[in-house]
Design a protein around this ligand. Structure first.
Ligand code: FMN
Length: 208
C-alpha cells in the first residue's frame, strides 16, 4: 500500500478559541444532557476503514464532517482510547463510506466492540485507488483519504483526511439516517432518491 506523501501533523492540544466556562451550568450531569440533546440531531451513518495487517479494521461513525473544499478535507472524530484512532495513524490513510438505507447491518456490526475475528463480517471491498483503502460495496458515496492532521478534541481525536478520491453510487439509494438512537431508512428520503434516479434516467433534452 502506498502511503500518501503528505506528512501527518499531530496537534496534541486544541487551540483555545474562547472561554466557555461563563456558560457552564452547575448541578447537572452535563455529559448525559449533551448525549440526550445530540440524539435529536439527525445524521447520516458512515463506515471508516483501514487496512490492518492482513485484513480490514472498520468502525461505525456518525461524526463525519466535510471541513473544506479547497483543499478538500473531511474529518471523523474517533475515541482516543479506541483501536481505530491508532490504526488510522499507523496506516496514514483511511476510507469513509456513507451507508445506504439498506446497509444498517454494516452499522450494527462495525459498532460492536467484539467484532474483530468474527467470521460473519459484512464484506468490504478495496478499489484500485492510491492509497488503497477498504470501502463498503454499494454505499451511497465514498471518500479515499490521506491522513493530514490529528487534533485532540476532549476524549476524542479529530482525524482530518485530505481527500484524494471520492465518488457517489451510480444507483440513487437513499442514505441511512441515525436519529434518537435508532437507525432509520426514511421513506421520504427513499422517495426523493427514486425521483432523482428517474431524473437521471430521462433521455437528454426531455423536459418531463
Ligand atoms: C450510529 C453510531 C455512530 C457512532 N459514531 C462514532 C464516532 O463518530 N466515533 C467513534 O469513535 N465511535 C463511534 N461509534 C462507536 C464505535 O462504532 C464503537 O465504539 C466501536 O466499537 C469502536 O471501535 P474501535 O475500538 O475500533 O475504535 C458510533 C456508534 C454508532 C452505533
Amino acid at each position: 500500500m502506498t502511503r500518501p506523501s503528505l506528512p501527518t501533523q499531530v496537534h496534541p492540544s486544541p487551540p483555545i478559541a474562547g472561554d466557555a466556562s461563563q456558560f457552564r451550568r452547575r448541578g447537572e450531569d452535563l455529559a448525559q444532557n449533551v448525549r440526550r440533546a445530540a440524539r435529536r440531531f439527525a445524521t447520516g451513518v458512515t463506515i471508516a476503514a483501514v487496512r490492518h495487517g492482513e485484513g480490514t479494521h472498520a468502525l461505525t461513525a456518525n461524526s463525519f464532517v466535510t471541513l473544506s473544499l479547497e483543499p478538500a478535507l473531511i474529518g471523523i472524530a474517533v475515541h482516543r482510547e479506541g483501536r481505530m484512532r491508532h490504526y488510522i495513524e499507523q496506516a496514514g490513510c483511511f476510507g469513509v463510506s456513507i451507508l445506504s438505507g439498506g446497509q444498517q447491518h454494516y452499522a450494527q456490526h462495525y459498532a460492536r466492540r467484539d467484532r474483530t475475528g468474527q467470521s460473519q463480517q459484512p464484506a468490504m471491498t478495496v478499489l484500485d485507488t492510491d492509497p488503497a483503502v477498504p470501502l463498503v460495496p454499494g454505499c451511497v458515496a465514498y471518500f479515499v483519504c490521506g491522513l493530514q492532521h490529528i487534533y485532540a478534541v476532549g476524549d476524542h481525536d479529530l482525524m482530518v483526511g485530505a481527500v484524494v478520491e471520492c465518488g457517489t453510487s451510480l444507483k440513487d439509494h437513499a442514505p441511512l439516517v441515525f436519529l434518537d438512537g435508532e437507525f432509520r431508512a426514511s421513506p421520504s428520503l427513499a422517495a426523493a432518491a427514486a425521483g432523482r434516479a428517474q431524473e437521471h434516467d430521462r433521455p437528454e433534452g426531455s423536459t418531463q
